[in-house]
Design a protein around this ligand. Structure first.
Ligand SMILES: *[C@@H]1O[C@H](CO)[C@@H](O)[C@H](O)[C@H]1NC(C)=O
Ligand SMILES: *[C@@H]1O[C@H](CO)[C@@H](O)[C@H](O)[C@H]1NC(C)=O
Length: 497
């Protein structure tokens, strides 16, 4: 049932020298459209909960020590449908304060599939995180939420988080105020939790970081978008930019290129990530070290060409960059490029050293151009429903000569040659030193993995008055097969939704 291909693993061996804090399994679960179409919502939920139970059993069978299992967003219960059959597939979920173990509860409010998952956590003595569709009739009005639930080793509900930033989710309610949800564990770690589109916003994720939360769980069904927001790219930049740990479980929906799991240990190390979406269920099991500050992981910018080729199958969304200011990198000119690029009052300095191998050796092959791009302003998502403010600059690969091409890919990976090697890239920008402005180191290689933190430096320098902060993202080692290298910045105060 489980295959472990396509996983880039840093050897666990050297980790064993350090103290292990806990053992986690992240599950990539196939979002099976056939199941959701052919079964009633409740039958689909029951069927998926049985599978979840089997998967946790299989993980426990293979790995005796198991502390935490995380399932992705949206794979248990289909979209909430405000119809009689849709409402049946939604369950009530107790508040953490109620100390309820649904496995034992006789209360009919809790659906059987929900009780089964509580029993699963108890049977296998593990913390278990699932995402489901919740119903609630508080105040006499029936409401539906996209909810993450955490069970402890006794099957007790110890956390319930209702997603704040919905992404085109009809019939789903947004909580009146964003919930900041955390839970403690018997292995000494406290986790915050948020879901999918939340990662783009200040609340709740950044607010939890400011409260000092260091470990996060992120169930998601992420629809990747080039050039800045593909799955693992977003997850790593968020963990690295905040220097916190992030455990991400993605739903596999190959039609959109959705999938991906990742364990990101702050700015220091990405432990494991799996990129390509799958149509089977799959898990990643890792031992998480207690401390990462004395680990010195080696840098590797080598990519997995097989994965890169595999990504050809998926048609991915592409951000329209026409409102960015830009300049094409002159790769025929001198090897060292120093350039300041501005949009309105936001500027970035680019320092780039390129090495170009003779282009004639790979006749008839296609090669990317690179553009330096910068954006200070609003962008929209999801059919213009959501708008938020960017302060972003970077280098992006473009298969054609205009800005309209940037972010697209050549359709056949085998036909691409990569004559450009970047000996050095350093991008810096000056930002307001306000808590409403956040920046993240953003990168992407041809196989859809971000550049490992060991290969880059991410540096902050505040000015004497502490009113501005200069952020610099630079490479420490040469990089080729590059799609994106950028500072992805957000100005939460300017968000317009
Ligand atoms: C990364 O290492 C630094 C010290 O090198 C440490 O201060 C920081 O807390 C570590 N990050 C995480 C998320 O553990
Ligand atoms: C570009 O800016 C114009 C003017 O503000 C706006 O109408 C348009 O929607 C923007 N396009 C994109 C892709 O953001």
């Amino acid at each position: 049932m489980f295959k472990c291909a396509f996983v880039l693993l840093i050897s666990s061996l050297w980790l064993e020298k350090g103290v292990i804090a806990y053992d986690v399994a992240l599950v990539e679960y196939f979002y099976d459209t056939e199941i959701f179409l052919n079964l009633s919502p409740l039958d689909a939920a029951n069927r998926n909960a049985k599978k979840y139970n089997e998967i946790v059993g299989a993980i426990k069978h293979d790995h005796e020590k198991l502390d935490l299992v995380v399932f992705p967003e949206a794979t248990l219960v289909a979209e909430p449908l405000d119809t009689p059959s849709g409402r049946l597939a939604m369950t009530f979920v107790p508040k953490a304060e109620s100390n309820i173990i649904p496995c034992d509860a006789s209360n009919k409010k809790y659906s059987d599939f929900f009780k089964l998952l509580s029993c699963t956590a108890r049977k296998y003595r593990t913390y278990l995180v699932v995402n489901l569709k919740e119903k609630d009739d508080e105040g006499g009005v029936l409401k539906f939420y996209n909810t993450d639930v955490v069970f402890d080793r006794d099957g007790k509900v110890i956390a319930r988080y209702r997603k704040n930033n919905l992404y085109l989710e009809p019939d789903t309610n947004r909580p009146k105020v964003p919930e900041l949800v955390t839970f403690e564990t018997d292995f000494g770690k406290t986790f915050g939790i948020f879901t999918c589109f939340d990662i783009i916003f200040e609340s709740p994720p950044i607010k939890l970081v400011r409260k000092g939360v260091k470990n996060f769980i992120f169930p998601t069904l992420w629809i990747p978008e080039l050039p800045f927001l593909t799955t693992n790219q977003v997850q790593q930049m968020w963990a690295q930019g905040n220097d916190v740990n992030l455990l991400a479980s993605g739903a596999a929906l190959p039609r959109f290129g959705s999938g991906g799991l990742g364990i990101y240990l702050g700015n220091n190390l990405t432990l494991a990530k799996a990129v390509t979406p799958r149509t089977d269920n799959f898990y990643l099991y890792e031992k998480i070290p207690d401390k990462t500050n004395n680990l010195n992981p080696a840098c590797s910018t080598k990519i997995n060409d097989k994965t890169a080729k595999e990504m050809d199958k998926y048609t991915l969304y592409i951000e329209d960059l026409t409102n960015y200011s830009y300049e094409k990198l002159d790769l025929e000119g001198p090897k060292t490029i120093n350039k300041k690029l501005c949009q309105k009052d936001f500027c970035c300095d680019f320092k780039i050293e390129v090495d170009k191998v003779s282009a004639n050796t790979k006749m008839n092959k296609k090669t990317y151009e690179y553009f330096m791009v910068i954006r200070n302003g609003l962008r929209t998502y999801g059919n213009n429903v959501y708008r938020n403010a960017l302060e972003t600059c970077g280098i992006v690969a473009c298969p054609g000569p205009t800005i309209k091409d940037c972010g697209k890919r050549f359709p056949d990976y085998d036909e691409i040659s990569w004559p450009i090697s970047f000996q050095k890239i350093s991008i810096s920008g000056v930002f307001s030193n306000s808590e409403k402005n956040m920046q993240f180191p953003n990168s992407l290689l041809a196989d859809f993995s971000p550049i490992s933190p060991a290969c880059t430096a991410w540096v902050s320098e505040t000015d004497k008055l502490r009113s501005t902060v200069k952020k610099t993202f630079s490479t420490k080692n040469p990089v080729s097969k590059l799609l994106t290298f950028a500072i992805f910045g957000r100005n939460y105060a300017m968000d317009a939704n």
